[in-house]
Structures are given as C-alpha cells and as structure tokens.
Write a protein that binds this ligand. Structure first.
Ligand code: 5GP
Ligand code: MG
Length: 190
C-alpha cells in the first residue's frame, strides 16, 4: 500500500464519508424535488464525490461538468481560477447544484457560480462541497451543503490530488511533510 504509506494521518474513513453523503443526498433531494435540476461537477476534484453522492439522490437530474483549477500543481491556491468558458453547460432556466471537492479560498465556487448565473442563465444556484476549510476568505462565498469542516491544511484522497495523484484513495488524509517537499523539489515548484 504505497499510497497509504505517504500519509501522515487519516481524517475521514470511507464509511464515515459515505454515511455523511447519505445525509447530504437526503437534504439535496428534499430541497430540489419537483425542480429541473442540473448538477455541475467541477473536475477533476469533484468526480469521486459526484459518483457517490449522486447515486444517493433519488430524483431525475442532469449531470454536467466543468474543468476549473486554482492550484496549478502545488499545495496552495495561486488565486487565479482557470475556467474553460467554452465548456460552460447550458443551464438556462434550470436549478443548478455546483459540486466541488473542497472550499478553500472560495474563488473557484464564486467564479463558477457567477458564470452560471450571468452567462449560463441559471434560475438558481446552490453549492455543495465535501470539505470546507475553517479560515478567513478573501471572497464572501459559502456553500449550501457541506460534508465536513476541516482545519486549514492540505488534504488528499477521495478526488483530491497532490500533483495529480492520490485522487483514488477511498478516504481523506494528510500527506507527510517529506512527501510534499520531495515532490515539489523534484518539480521545481515553490
Ligand atoms: P479555492 O478556489 O476554494 O481556493 O480552491 C478550490 C480548489 O482548490 C478545489 O476545487 C481543489 O481542487 C483545490 N484545493 C483546495 N484545497 C485543497 C486541499 O487541501 N487539497 C487538495 N488536494 N486540493 C485542494
Ligand atoms: Mg478543484
């Protein structure tokens, strides 16, 4: 198990995550029943959450995806969100639920939400993240559905990557310092 060996500690085991997703899915279903719902998943981080959460939402919905990134390979947000605008899904007149892995600075969710309302013509937009970091945010953006609150530290697993890896870990954990340092030094990222 080389991936597990790279972890300092585990924050949320798979069973804990899935139990929380049962609760979130029930809430989401209750809040959107009878509405035209499009779920917009932010890739790549939101893909594991998408699969496990949406299979628990028992109502008709459409699934769309967007690619956005503010990390660019390191372990801290660079403060710029890359959004492929040509890929903006058609959500005119629809209720939208944005799904992302984690709310950190909030820039990604704020940017995507604004675009879906202003250019996409969404009727209403709500947001759902598996994790929310407890911290001061430069932009005022919340999330309507939050799986777990965590401290301000870099986590991997369950869709969240470090340099493209660890997304397929079924749980969420914190990497060892030396794993991060080693990879960044190799890549020349500060
Ligand atoms: P924000 O725009 O809120 O600063 O950052 C959100 C994006 O940054 C998330 O979609 C996620 O891809 C990435 N991100 C933020 N915090 C973490 C973290 O602790 N670990 C990993 N792997 N990615 C993170
Ligand atoms: Mg992301």
């Amino acid at each position: 198990m080389w991936m597990r060996d790279d972890l300092e500690r585990i924050l949320f085991h798979e069973t804990t995550i899935l139990a929380r997703l049962d609760e979130l899915a029930e809430q989401i279903t209750r809040d959107h029943l009878g509405k035209d719902l499009s779920v917009v998943v932010i890739l790549h981080g939101g893909m594991v959450l998408m699969a496990d959460l949406l299979r628990r939402v028992h109502m008709p919905l459409l699934i769309e995806t967007l690619t956005a990134s503010s990390y660019h390979g390191g372990t801290a947000s660079k403060g710029v969100v890359d959004l492929r605008e040509e890929g903006l899904p058609d959500v005119r007149g629809r209720h939208v639920l944005i799904l992302d892995d984690i709310l950190d600075t909030g820039l990604t969710l704020a940017t995507v939400k604004k675009q879906l309302i202003e250019s996409g013509g969404a009727e209403g937009v709500r947001t759902c993240v598996l994790l929310r970091k407890k911290k001061e945010r430069p932009v005022r953006v919340g999330a309507d559905y939050v799986g777990f609150e965590i401290g301000d530290e870099f986590v991997v697993g369950y869709g969240l990557d470090f340099a493209g890896r660890y997304r397929n870990l079924p749980f969420i954990g914190v990497l060892k310092e030396d794993v991060i340092r080693g990879e960044l030094a190799e890549k020349g990222v500060e």
